[in-house]
Design a protein around this ligand. Structure first.
Ligand code: CMX
Length: 434
């Protein structure tokens, strides 16, 4: 398998680079941690490392050094498509190089060979109460596959530490191969006729998801490709990525680690914001009609803030500009649905909400994030079940977090175990310092 060969070829150099950095500079101070950071969710504390992606506050995400617009141009695409093959993105995340079309198709084909879902997963999902949230079902499906873990089996057999990454890669490929079908099945049993639609062998990973939920239009397939590309990775500190990394650091396998990350993604301050954001926009229309004016938009934004709620889809813990993932989706909307009323409202809100949040005075980033628009695009094509939107985010996010897990095992990243203090200890530190 080409991914394994390519990663293996890089490992001696990477391992030596990290060994040298740590052994020669292990005591060098990189950053200081303040009391505010300790009590404030560790914002900006530089305590993690990943080479898969980096979020610059003023530029946004780079995957392996490339911006979103660059990758939209450079990554290989399916015939007739404008958006990258998910297999090409996964190759880039894992290997660090732009693949050729043939290399991207090797990943797509590896997924096809590994995509069959054991029947008990479907039975498990069917056994869950009807009102179970799709994110609960998604997490459950992932963890139910854990018994297939190559890593767990080989660990029991005494696998050597330097081989961990190979087993993690096998698990990563096996899991990611199954994600579109799992997500589609959840959609079909919750909102459709409950049937399983077989993947089309002629379609790529992302387009097959569209096919399996019965959204067969070429445009929706394009949206799937864009969506699964954009949501994959956002460096290591966000809740889903950090949780996956933390759980994986205990040498829990890819399935345990990813299910944990998905549970974190299900929070309304993280991935669930995409469903909350569209709900907020639809509530706005319910209150002010289909064509609200600027004053009404402002009033609705202020009413939300004054009632103690956040405006979903706006703000970010790291970014200090409109999220490039938002911008890429905006461009998609401008091309494919310029006259959609909700899409037009999203564009109008861009001129209103940031000003309101700036006036509020405390919000560090008043700009829209990825979640401010993603639901609107899904809604346009007829996916009206908000609860499902975060599953789409999850399918994509697992590409990023599994690439990180493979490299964390390859570079021997150890158990994560920061130290906690008591409030009294912090107070004593302050008194002593003064
Ligand atoms: N609406 C109202 N208030 C907001 C806000 C928003 N969109 N964004 C930030 N604030 C508030 C914070 O709640 C905080 O208030 P308090 O001091 O009273 O607690 C203050 O502004 C400062 O926050 P910040 O430093 O600017 O932002 P944080 O790093 O604390 O939080 C985030 C980041 C994303 C949780 C926050 O902006 C937010 O709640 N946004 C809305 C939810 C959302 O869109 N989440 C999705 C983010 C992307 C993703 O992970 O998927």
């Amino acid at each position: 398998m080409i991914l394994k060969e390519k990663i293996a070829a890089q490992l001696p150099e990477w391992r030596e680079r990290v060994r040298k950095l740590v052994s020669e500079n292990g005591d060098m101070v990189v950053d200081q941690v303040t009391v505010k950071q300790i009590y404030g969710g560790m914002r900006s504390a530089k305590v993690l490392v990943t080479d898969i992606s980096y979020v610059d506050p003023n530029e946004g995400i780079r995957f392996r050094g490339y911006t979103i617009p660059e990758l939209l141009k450079l990554l290989p695409k399916a015939e007739g498509s404008k958006f990258p093959l998910a297999g090409s993105l996964y190759y880039l995340l894992l290997v660090g190089e732009i693949p050729s079309f043939v290399e991207a198709m090797e990943v797509e084909n590896a997924w096809k060979a590994r995509g069959v879902i054991p029947p008990f997963v479907f039975e498990t999902l069917r056994a869950m109460p009807e009102d179970t949230h799709p994110m609960t079902m998604f997490s459950q499906a992932i963890v139910s596959l854990q018994h297939e873990s190559v890593f767990a089996r080989r660990y029991q057999q005494g696998m050597q530490r330097e081989d961990y990454w190979e087993a993690a890669l096998a698990d990563a490929l096996n899991l990611t191969a199954k994600l579109p079908a799992i997500a589609a099945y959840i959609y079909n049993i919750k909102y459709g006729d409950g049937g399983f639609v077989s993947p089309d062998p002629d379609l790529d990973w992302a387009a097959n998801f569209a096919h399996m939920i019965g959204f067969d239009s070429p445009e929706y397939m394009e949206l799937s490709r864009l969506y699964f590309f954009l949501h994959s990775d956002h460096e290591s500190g966000n809740v889903s990525a950090h949780t996956t990394h933390l759980v994986g650091s205990s040498l829990a396998d890819v399935y345990y680690a990813c299910a944990a990350g998905i549970n974190g993604l299900a929070g309304p301050l993280h991935g669930l914001a995409n469903q909350e954001s569209l709900r907020w926009v639809l509530n706005l229309r319910e209150e002010f009609g289909r064509n609200p004016g600027t004053e009404e938009l402002e009033k609705f934004a202020w009413d939300t803030l004054n009632s103690g709620q956040v405006i979903p889809g706006y703000g970010h813990a790291v970014l200090r500009l409109p999220d490039p993932r938002y911008t890429a989706q905006l461009e998609f909307g401008r091309e494919y649905m310029p006259n959609d009323e909700i899409f037009k409202l999203i564009e109008e809100l861009y001129d209103v909400v940031p000003k309101v949040l700036q006036e509020l005075g405390k919000v560090k980033n008043p700009w829209p994030n990825v979640d401010a628009i993603s639901g609107t695009l899904q809604y346009h094509y007829g996916m009206r079940e908000f609860d499902f939107y975060t599953v789409l985010f999850g399918v994509s996010r697992i590409l990023g977090v599994t690439a990180n897990l493979v490299w964390a095992r390859a570079l021997g990243q150890p158990l994560e175990r920061p130290k906690s203090l008591t409030t009294k200890m912090l107070e004593d530190i302050v008194v002593k310092a003064k």
